[in-house]
Write a protein that binds this ligand. Sequence first.
Ligand SMILES: Cc1cc2nc3c(=O)[nH]c(=O)nc-3n(C[C@H](O)[C@H](O)[C@H](O)COP(=O)(O)O)c2cc1C
Length: 243
Amino acid sequence: MKRRNFLTLFAAPSLLSNSPQTGARGQLTVIHRGRPRAFCGPLAGSGTISLPAVKKAGGISIEAALAKRRSIRSYTGGALTLAEVGQLLWAAQGVTSTDGKRTAPSAMHRYPLEIAVVAQDVDGLANGAYRYLPAKHSLEQLTASLPETRLLKGATPQAQVHSAPAVFVIAAVYERMGQGARNRTWTDYEAGLASENLLLEAVGLGLGAVVTGGVDATRVREAVKLNGNEEVIVVIPVGHPAG
Ligand SMILES: Cc1cc2nc3c(=O)[nH]c(=O)nc-3n(C[C@H](O)[C@H](O)[C@H](O)COP(=O)(O)O)c2cc1C
């Protein structure tokens, strides 16, 4: 086994428990595709990776983002940064008020959505799946993967899911909204609101994305180790647009 793979497989749990292997900022540098990269982002507390502060100004106008948004399925192969991943997660479900309200509205402020990200080529983040923790603007690792493997390989044949540097998983715990079809509709509606936020943020960052509903939802859930009552609704691969 290559040394890089060995590190990827065995370093993650110890990093997440703040072991002495972590550097001063909770980082270990490995070489991936010839580039030095932090194995893990800064650790915010036990088992969480804090995301860089979000930008709340700059970028392009809402109107320009709306006019420019298009489903993008081909990517250059360039990595995303941890800041870009954090910005996209914040756009989808970030907390924007002291009483916990978020970027997207929620019926009866029940917040049934759970967002995960599959990192396939993100500078500062080891490959694997992570749950977004809105209240801490942090990530919690769900599972690790080797740089060459694709966690979602068995979940869809659609190439954009495997070629994107990051894939966002939009899931929900439907029970949080309450029982019945109407509550389920509202939850799905919220998934759409959060998804559009993420899509527009991608445009603002000069990135491309596509809502991909054609996935085996159960396989996605199992692959990313969402082990609660989450149900996967769609995935959204994001990358640098090719062409
Ligand atoms: C719920 C939903 C599911 C979708 N699923 C897929 C998909 O599985 N694969 C895909 O390539 N595009 C998918 N799309 C993207 C649509 O094909 C795309 O939005 C449509 O062609 C319009 O193009 P535009 O997004 O560039 O405006 C999906 C869009 C939505 C809203």
